[in-house]
Design a protein around this ligand. Structure first.
Ligand code: NDP
Length: 400
């Protein structure tokens, strides 16, 4: 019986079963006169992301060939180096709307010219056996469309977080994966990062007793920008803004640290007037989530915060766990305090998270193993974000 309860709870936490879709976010996916088109276009060289001095060594035998779709900051800065470092996946092709950038990236990674695709000839990857999987690193509002195209081309898909902008899109992506009989994984890197993995383990083991409160914030000050130059402030591409992009790390942490789904939540949003950054998106969102055990999470996320935070603070009945930075690419810090005694924990190198995530995906593709961060988890989180926005829009607590 205990086993049944645990597996049912696990299922509910993994899938968010029972959460209703909120109409508000579906409206979010509609362009409100966005100056930046919601269709895939090429963009200039991203602000960050260095290319390797020399191409990576030949892929290991059995490694899965991956086409990276969109050569932006995260793709060049983290995804491609991760594929190069992975034992089970390798970069096999690039897809970009900017031919010059694509040629430069392909050359740096030792790809032949015929491994460069554009959004216009993307469908031709169907006949390219070097490509077994596609890694979608497009702006979020384009994830669903290109994931569906990748499945139609008969490829497996790794899709960046957040999975999409509405639960309806997520459901379509999962259906396309099932119809194609191919894997769908969401790029939730913290599930492969040593500090967050240790935090999950500590909470599961009751290291600080039953959790009473989680205080978590992911926020920073976004520089001057507007809808014609930055997709992150365009509703059709970014949804409500900081929650989908950054606050999602807080939301995920609340779930994987408590091991529970919230039973109720209430939220509030802010949108300063006459600020070109926040013409279409919210600047700030706060939410309070209550879990069946009685644990409460206070979540804050913002693009308009003078004080940058990447923080998770857990208070249990017998101690605390403090992480700051908690979910960054590297530099994580974690302090466990029990009975008044604090110890700094260093469970590993956060940098391994990217390649480990690719290894996990490659193994699932090759051996059919279960994916830890499947489309169902992405759907669960999008449903929760819809409930959060519905609570803010209606100014009331939502029971889930
Ligand atoms: P960037 O703006 O740096 O890059 C996006 C790329 O998408 C562009 O360079 C362009 O590539 C392509 N693109 C196609 N159509 C458009 C369009 N209409 N507007 C803008 N770009 C377009 O974004 P990021 O790399 O920061 O983010 C991409 C995805 O990765 C998002 O879903 C984001 O949430 C996720 N991400 C995840 C992170 C993580 O830690 N897991 C960290 C950062 C981002 P091209 O020119 O090649 O066509």
């Amino acid at each position: 019986m205990m086993h049944f309860i645990q597996s049912r709870r696990h299922f509910m936490v993994m899938t968010g079963a029972g959460l209703a879709a909120a109409p508000w976010v579906a409206g979010c996916a509609t362009a409100e006169g966005a100056a930046l088109p919601a269709k895939a276009i090429g963009r200039p060289w991203p602000d960050w992301g260095e290319l390797p001095d020399s191409p990576p060594p030949a892929p290991k035998e059995g490694s899965v060939g991956v086409a990276v779709v969109a050569l932006g900051g995260y793709a060049i800065g983290k995804v491609m180096p991760a594929l190069a470092a992975s034992d089970r996946c390798h970069l096999a092709a690039v897809v970009s709307g900017n031919p010059d950038k694509a040629a430069k990236v392909a050359a740096a990674y030792g790809l032949p010219e015929d491994a460069i695709y554009s959004y216009d000839n993307f469908d031709q990857i169907a006949g390219d056996d070097r490509i077994e999987a596609v890694y979608i690193v497009l702006p979020t509002g384009l994830h669903a469309e290109w994931t569906e195209k990748a499945f139609a081309a008969g490829k497996h898909v790794m899709c960046e977080k957040p999975m999409a902008l509405s639960s309806e899109e997520c459901e379509r992506m999962i259906a396309a994966s099932e119809a194609a009989g191919k894997k769908l994984m969401i790029g939730y890197r913290c599930h492969f990062e040593p500090f967050n993995l240790r935090a999950m383990e500590l909470m599961r083991d009751g290291a600080i007793g039953p959790i009473r409160m989680i205080d978590t914030a992911h926020q920073y000050m976004m520089g001057p920008t507007n809808v014609s130059e930055n997709w992150r402030v365009v509703r059709a591409l970014a949804g409500g803004g900081p929650l989908e992009d950054y606050g999602l790390y807080s939301l995920q942490a609340a779930l994987y640290l408590t091991g529970e789904m919230p039973v109720s939540l209430k939220a509030a949003t802010k949108k300063p007037a006459n600020d070109p950054r926040f013409e279409q998106i919210f600047s700030t969102l706060t939410a309070e989530l209550t879990f069946p055990s009685g644990a409460v999470t206070q979540l804050a996320t913002s693009y308009n915060a003078p004080d940058s935070k990447n923080m998770i603070h857990v208070e249990g009945e017998t101690g605390t766990l403090h992480m700051s930075p908690a979910t960054s690419y590297d530099g994580q810090k974690m302090t466990l305090t029990r009975n008044g005694v604090s110890e700094d924990l260093v469970p590993g190198d956060p940098n391994v998270q990217f390649a480990r995530m690719c290894d996990h995906f490659g193994q699932a593709v090759r051996e059919g193993t279960t994916i830890l961060t499947p489309g169902e988890m992405g759907l669960r989180d999008v449903r929760l974000m819809e409930a959060i926005y519905r609570s803010a829009a209606e100014g009331r607590e939502i029971r889930l």
